[in-house]
Design a protein around this ligand. Structure first.
Ligand code: DGT
Ligand code: CA
Ligand code: CA
Ligand code: ZN
Length: 576
């Protein structure tokens, strides 16, 4: 069991206990424990298997948490969770996923109004029953209503990064099956959508039964939903659905194309086939002559698209947005790839809320093939992250100069800052300081509930500041957790363009901000994108690949992404 799952179970226990109104000291201890587990780089399963008493030596793990972890790893479940679920409906856990609605409020809703499900909660909000409860204002009612859609979606769709991890594990399991000749993942996962509703696996085999028997032995199997002659659906881990289809070699490409989708892309494709006197489905492309159908393609995706006189589109752009237009114009973009990234211009160190030093981040970035990085710790406004004031920032820059001089390579560490745009508009640090930086990121971390006018003015104001180079995570959304703040993106693109500034595509899989559509907008409007990791630890640098996927979905090439260039060339794209 990985640490993420252990942590999730302990959090679930804490949620349920809080819902029941249990001792708050105990709940806090569980939550702290859950955080420690999630952030740890040591395997808790290994510790327990070795000697459970070692748990007590870990900072933040008390006796109570240690017992639950041990039980979870040894018995596969926590008995207390099952006990509580005897009296508490499990659907309240869905209600707890609503942003800003804690277990206390959820308990009040359950006790006062008998609300157990998201549907009941939505109905109660819509009939204004919620605002009549003690402790709930009309505003709360509205924010609950907004949160329900997020919670409902969060319930079903997982982050692409988590889907990727699961896909890897499923692939490893399936690859040991002798009957499988070829295996590909299709669906939204292959298209790189930021969240994935279910995984779709295609297998080339003539032994469907053997493949399905092997599939059912997946260690993290929860349930077999359906099993047919060539199709099987299962639930794994936390009830996530995985579909497996077994097809024969001459239909493999057609099936891969069909089940990669998207649905809209396929609809367009079928229309084009018809115009050519052809028919396309998951078995192949067929020449239609009266009621006679002749198979003409299907073994590979290439030949399927070729039969329709189309290029084999990268899966990321198969959304029926621009790809058919590009094909007609013969202008399919050469999408950016991970190996084209030369530098990473957003990361944190131990000076604020990062876990590694400047030198460690530089070494790690160099080992990943980069030529330059910018150190961009938080500014003073972000007190929870120990943000830098002028004095500490200048000291950090002196240190960066020293490290750059000491290093005998041409790797470059840039002096940067992630400077907050204050609620009232101005930058969190004085111009005389920002002026001395190599790279200034401006961010909205506070006042995210302001009106669209206020937030837009703050961001465009920052873009007009001659020392600011880029806006980080421009919309502030957290996928499945928090909606974007209200901001007029057209105005932001325009201000960026006029002032020759850039916009970030934050590659953190929970942010992916700008999203694909905004990336496409930036490209059309001529605003350069910088893909950044926003790493807070060494392994945080590895999220770059998620940003690349999103950029590809937006149709970006290396031309549109500024950090595919050397630092010298990147600077010439900026004003000042
Ligand atoms: P998801 O799972 O919600 O993240 O999104 P997808 O795109 O993976 O959707 P899914 O798993 O329902 O189906 C996989 C692909 O199969 C989908 O992208 C296109 C194809 N497909 C499924 N149902 C239909 C359909 O009714 N018509 C067409 N044309 N294609 C379909
Ligand atoms: Ca799917
Ligand atoms: Ca599916
Ligand atoms: Zn940051």
């Amino acid at each position: 069991m990985d640490n993420g799952k252990i942590s999730a179970q302990i959090t679930k226990l804490a949620d349920l206990l809080e819902f029941q109104g249990a001792n708050s000291f105990k709940i806090r201890a569980y939550r702290r424990g859950a955080r420690v587990i999630k952030d740890s780089t040591d395997s808790f399963t290994a510790i327990v298997n070795n000697d459970p008493s070692q748990l007590l030596e870990i900072d933040g793990i008390g006796k109570g948490v240690a017992e639950k972890i041990t039980q979870l790893i040894q018995d596969g479940e926590i008995a207390e969770i099952n006990d509580i679920l005897e009296t508490v409906p499990p659907t309240v856990l869905d209600i707890l996923r609503i942003p800003g609605l804690g277990p206390k409020k959820a308990a009040a809703l359950y006790q006062e109004l008998g609300i157990q499900t998201l549907e009941q909660l939505q109905a109660a909000c819509e009939s204004n029953e919620i605002q009549q409860l003690k402790g709930f204002a009309a505003k709360t009612e509205q924010s609950i209503l907004d949160g329900i859609s997020i919670a409902a979606a969060a319930n079903e769709r997982i982050y692409w990064s988590d889907a990727d991890e699961l896909a890897l594990s499923l692939r490893t399991h399936l690859e040991s099956c002798q009957a499988i000749k070829r295996l590909e993942f299709a669906g939204s996962y292959r298209r790189g959508r930021e969240t994935v509703g279910d995984l779709d696996i295609l297998v080339d085999s003539t032994e469907a039964q053997m493949v399905m028997e092997h599939f059912a032995k997946y260690p993290d199997l929860e349930q077999v939903i359906v099993q047919g002659d060539t199709k099987m659906s299962i639930r794994v881990g936390n009830s996530f659905q995985v579909d497996l289809r077994v097809v024969e070699a001459d239909a493999f490409g057609a099936a891969l194309q069909y089940f990669t989708g998207s649905k809209d892309h396929n609809v367009e494709l079928r229309g084009r086939a018809r115009q050519l006197g052809l028919k396309i489905n998951e078995y192949g492309v067929f020449q239609v002559d009266g009621d006679q159908e002749t198979y003409i393609a299907g073994a590979t995706e290439d030949e399927v698209y070729q039969a329709l006189a189309l290029p084999c589109f990268a899966p990321e752009i198969r959304e029926a947005r621009n790809e058919f237009h590009w094909a007609t114009e013969d202008s399919i973009p050469e999408l950016i790839s991970a190996d084209q990234i030369c530098g990473d211009l957003h990361m944190h160190t131990t000076a604020t809320d990062g876990k590694a030093s400047i030198g460690e981040m530089a070494d790690a970035a160099r080992a990943r093939g980069l030529n330059y990085i910018a150190i961009t710790d938080h500014s003073q406004r972000v007190t929870v992250a120990n943000g830098l004031n002028t004095e500490r920032l200048l000291a950090q820059w002196t240190e960066i100069d020293r490290i750059n001089t000491l290093r005998d390579d041409d790797f470059l560490i840039l002096k940067g800052i992630e400077c907050d745009i204050l609620e009232s508009g101005p930058m969190d640090l004085p111009d005389e300081v920002l002026e001395q930086a190599d790279w200034v990121i401006a961010s909205v971390h506070f006042g995210q509930k302001q009106s669209i006018q206020q937030i837009t003015d703050r961001i465009t104001g920052a873009l007009e500041n001659p020392h600011v180079d880029i806006i980080a995570h421009p919309t502030g959304r957290l996928i499945n957790r928090r909606e974007a703040y209200e901001v007029d993106m057209e105005a932001v693109f325009q201000a960026a363009k006029e002032n020759r500034k850039m916009l970030e595509l934050n590659a953190n899989p929970v942010r992916l901000d700008l999203h694909d559509i905004h990336c496409a907008m930036a490209r059309e409007r001529g605003v350069p994108i910088v893909i950044s990791s926003d790493a807070h630890k060494i392994t945080g640098l590895d999220v770059m690949k998620y940003g690349i996927k999103q950029a590809r979905r937006g149709g970006l090439t290396s031309d549109h992404v500024a950090n595919t260039r050397s630092w010298h060339d990147l600077q010439s794209m900026l004003s000042g």
